[in-house]
Every structure is written in C-alpha cells, then in structure tokens.
Design a protein around this ligand. Structure first.
Ligand SMILES: [Zn+2]
Length: 224
C-alpha cells in the first residue's frame, strides 16, 4: 500500500492518503479541520475517485473537514468507530470547548460505524480495526501487517492527551497495552508528528514505562 502524508491546517494534523497498488483504489485517514484539504487531496488523486474516508476519532482537527470532502468526493464511504459517535456529534460545539467557536464544524455523514476486530477493504487491501479509547471515548486504529494509523493514541515519544472532555487515562493505558501487543515492526503513523515504530516506542517512549515493567524490559518511564 502506498502512503502519502499531508500535514494540514491549524493543528498540523497528519492526513494520510492510502493507495492500494493492485487496484488503484484510494482511501484517506482523517480530514483536518480545514476545507483547504480538498484541493490538496484532489492534487494527489489527479481525477481518481476516493473510495473511503477513515476517521480515527471525532476531534475537530481529525474530522472537522468531513463535509467539504464528502461534497468533493460524493462516492466515498465514511467509516467512524462506533464508540466515537458521541464525540463526533459534538463537532458543532467542539471549537467552543477550546474557546474558539470559529472552529465549530458541521458533522458530515457517517456511512459505517466500525467495531473492534472488523475490517475495511480498500480495493484488494484489508485493514483491521482496533478499538483504542482513552484519548476520546471511541478512538481506534486501522492497521495491516506493515502499517498502523493510530490517530492520537501514540506519538513518537509521547501519547495522546487524556485530560480533554471524555478522555480517560486508565482506559488509555489499557488501549496502549493492546496496541503494543501488535508486532514491533509495524510502522506507526500518528495524528501529529513524525512516523515511528511500535518497537521503538516500546523501547524508549517515556509514557510506556508501565508496559516495559509488565514485560520485564529495561528502561524507566514516568508515571501518569
Ligand atoms: Zn484528538
């Protein structure tokens, strides 16, 4: 699968364009908050259809530009983690939560609510879905045997915030534990910042000390 990263908008969110090389089918992971993303996506697709929009979670910097994207690519199927529906529905108010009502966004349309362990098909390529709440009530990851798109679950050297509305640090730690059960060679594509791998984060991420202790691995870490 070919992956192109667009870093977009006020929050410098990573939007990923995925192409199944066998069929040419395109998918997109997350949207950013700005309609400017539409032109960037068009430029990359060069007239080809976008088949699927995958949302890792419902925060405005990840799902806020869904409506203009759906207007530009009306055939795309949009997939949202089922437990994330309440956060997604709050898009028209979320800007206000952060003192920036100008960032309130309309919701757009959800075509499929995905559950833990289910798959999405991009052309001839399959991605599995791992439910990984904590940063938000229903955030999830899409992954295959090489790449994982993790939203704001895990970053290079950090993890997603759990102090925002509907966040939960205890649930977050359990979700990171499940993610880190996947093979270490998986490339991690985070919602913000550079790519990394699961093995590199398990070895050095300061927030994963509790997992290193559980697994009997060297290296400390801060409590959180
Ligand atoms: Zn987020």
């Amino acid at each position: 699968m070919r992956i192109e990263t667009l870093t977009v908008g006020l929050f410098q969110v990573n939007v990923f364009l995925l192409q199944d090389e066998a069929t040419g089918a395109w998918a997109m992971v997350d949207t950013s908050e700005t309609a400017d993303v539409v032109d960037e996506v068009r430029e990359h697709l060069q007239g080809q259809e976008l088949s699927t929009i995958l949302l890792t979670h419902g925060h405005l910097d990840h799902a806020g530009a869904l409506l203009p994207l759906q207007a530009a690519f009306p055939r795309a199927i949009t997939v949202l983690p089922v437990l994330e529906v309440p956060m997604f529905r709050s898009l028209p108010e979320q800007g206000g939560w952060f003192g920036a009502p100008a960032l309130n966004r309309p919701c757009g349309r959800i075509d499929r609510e995905i559950r833990d362990g289910e798959e999405v098909v991009i052309g001839s390529h399959r991605l599995r879905f791992l439910s990984a709440p904590g940063h938000t009530p229903g955030q999830g990851c899409f992954y295959d045997d090489q790449d994982a798109f993790v939203g704001d679950l895990l970053f290079a050297g950090s993890v997603g915030r759990t102090d925002l509305r509907m966040g939960d640090p205890v649930v977050m730690q359990a979700s990171l534990r499940r993610l880190l059960e996947l093979p270490g060679h998986l490339r991690v594509h985070s919602g913000h910042g550079p790519d990394t791998t699961l093995a590199a984060e398990l070895a050095t991420n300061p927030y994963l000390g509790y997992l290193r202790r559980e697994k009997g691995l060297a290296g400390g870490g801060r409590d959180w």
